[in-house]
Design a protein around this ligand. Structure first.
Ligand SMILES: [Zn+2]
Ligand SMILES: [Zn+2]
Length: 505
């Protein structure tokens, strides 16, 4: 039978055989060489651009796409994928491997803003931000062809060592979080532009990084590649252990500590590193790195100082906060920390309030029944939490269920054990009795309005002078707000952090 090329055939597409010899595969006609320190994703996106196809479609076959798995394969590609990319592009496999975060574990490298406060205070880390990156505007401004450096995609990377500047993680113009495009994206690749407002990132003026942070960053980079971090005065410790240690140290600063104590610590750090070193917003990863730099600079004394200033719990409690730590790492850390930071000594009468709650005439059921009919939300919450403890639930869990800090529930329990159930349920009224409170309220109400608004300190001192009692500044400012003859100040609602919102990929 004769046939021509114009005839239509019924064909069936077959998957290529997995053992297809690599040498038979065609080389793509592209000519894009990797730039110094470039990230693999950045290079692939530049490579695929002239073809108008997404890098994944251009470079991977179906079987390989399965090998690549979903999402972000370009950080740690399978060796077979590197072979395939080398074959298709004609670039040496070693240079391709150099563009990836080859060694080391994902947990310590991939999390964006690894050292930021949010990581320690958000209930659940939003780990959908794998492609998030931070860029150095000065590097981009100098680039002939703008590209993304591999080191910018490290989750804990916060500075550019070449320019001694803090990396920019969001657009200075519109606040859009910067991210690498997906490898399935066909969009025009322009790493020097904000993806939302097209702001030219190279024209941004970044913040100068502190010398101590630059040095810390350098040591981290070295430790990451060599696998061991040299703890001052302690010798080398494995990199994963070091990362877990940094978490514990920053956790000690951020988790369940009072803001006023933290401010004291930050003032101390600025005292050593120079005024304004930490800046106004202390919650970033750069500031986290600076806190670490300060602590590690004076290891082990500064660990003790920092914990004492923020009044954090002892090592064993600190480590309990990190429940998915590997057992070996946990033990190493505990040994390391217990040697420099003595563990809690509990007094013999530690849980003295327990007898009270356990022998309470009301059962848990009865407490809950009371909660159901109580008028006041704060009393309902307390009754429910106490009912849980009455039923034998650990205080930490009961506190979590009630949405309060364990410390608060302990205070309720102790107040109940000292007095009775009612004193555990009612809000503490402060040191003033009713007659005194009325007198002070009257005194505040009579304040002259043609003079500047009184400060809380004035009320506090007056109470001390009149009755020899000490009230907190909070109570004093509340009295002022309630009874003062001045125009009421607006108290704005707490601001929501933009970073909490998970961004759809
Ligand atoms: Zn730079
Ligand atoms: Zn923008």
């Amino acid at each position: 039978m004769r046939w021509s090329e114009k005839d239509l055939f019924e064909v069936e597409l077959l998957e290529p055989l997995p053992d297809e010899p690599i040498a038979r595969r065609p080389r793509l006609p592209g000519e894009v060489t990797p730039l110094p320190g470039e990230a693999l994703a950045s290079w692939l996106l530049r490579y695929a651009e002239p073809f108008g196809i997404a890098p994944e479609d251009l470079l991977l076959r179906t079987s390989e796409a399965e090998l690549a798995g979903h999402g972000d394969w370009s950080r740690r590609p399978h060796p077979a994928l590197i072979e395939r990319l080398a074959q298709a592009t004609g670039v040496d496999p070693m240079s391709i491997a150099d563009m990836t975060l080859w060694s080391c574990d994902e947990a310590s490298d991939d999390m964006r803003d690894r050292f930021s406060c949010l990581r320690f205070q958000a209930a659940r880390h939003v780990n959908r931000q794998q492609r998030r990156m931070a860029v150095c505007p000065l590097c981009l401004a100098e680039d002939e062809t703008p590209y993304v450096r591999r080191d910018w995609t490290l989750g804990w990377a916060t500075i550019c060592p070449d320019h001694a500047t803090v990396l920019t993680g969001d657009c200075p113009e519109c606040g859009c979080k910067l991210r690498l495009p997906a490898l399935s994206s066909r969009d025009y690749f322009a790493p020097d532009r904000c993806p939302r407002c097209a702001f030219r990132l190279g024209t941004a003026s970044p913040r100068a990084a502190h010398a101590a942070v630059i040095e810390m960053h350098r040591q981290f980079g070295q430790a990451r590649s060599s696998g061991a971090f040299a703890l001052p005065g302690q010798g080398p410790i494995p990199w994963p252990v070091a990362m877990a240690l940094f978490d514990v140290l920053l956790g000690a600063v951020w988790i369940d500590t009072r803001p006023v104590m933290r401010r004291r610590l930050f003032a101390r750090i600025e005292g050593d590193f120079g005024r304004g070193a930490l800046g106004n917003d202390l919650t970033g990863s750069y500031e986290g790195l600076m806190i670490l730099a300060w602590i590690l600079d004076g290891w082990p004394d500064r660990v003790r100082t920092a914990i004492a200033i923020v009044q954090g719990p002892r090592p064993r409690r600190q480590l309990e906060r990190w429940c998915d730590l590997d057992d070996g790492i946990r033990q190493t850390l505990l040994d390391l920390l217990l040697a420099i930071w003595p563990d809690q000594q509990h007094p013999d009468d530690r849980a003295w309030w327990r007898a009270w709650i356990e022998n309470l005439p009301e059962t848990g059921e009865q407490l809950r029944a009371r909660a159901a009919i109580d008028r006041f939300p704060h009393r309902r919450a307390r009754l429910l939490a106490l009912a849980d403890v009455r039923d034998g639930m650990p205080v930490e869990l009961a506190a979590e269920a009630a949405g309060v800090m364990p410390r608060t529930l302990y205070i309720w329990l102790k107040r109940g054990a000292k007095g009775d159930l009612e004193s555990a349920l009612d809000r503490q009224r402060g040191a003033l009795n009713q007659a005194q409170a009325i007198e002070i309220a009257q005194w505040i109400a009579d304040a002259p309005t043609n003079q500047p608004r009184w400060r809380s300190n004035r009320v506090k001192n007056e109470v001390l002078r009149r009755y020899g009692l000490e009230i907190s500044l909070d109570v004093a400012s509340r009295l002022l707000r309630k009874h003062g003859p001045w125009v009421r100040r607006r108290i704005s609602a707490p601001q929501r952090r933009a970073t909490y919102a998970p961004v759809a990929e």
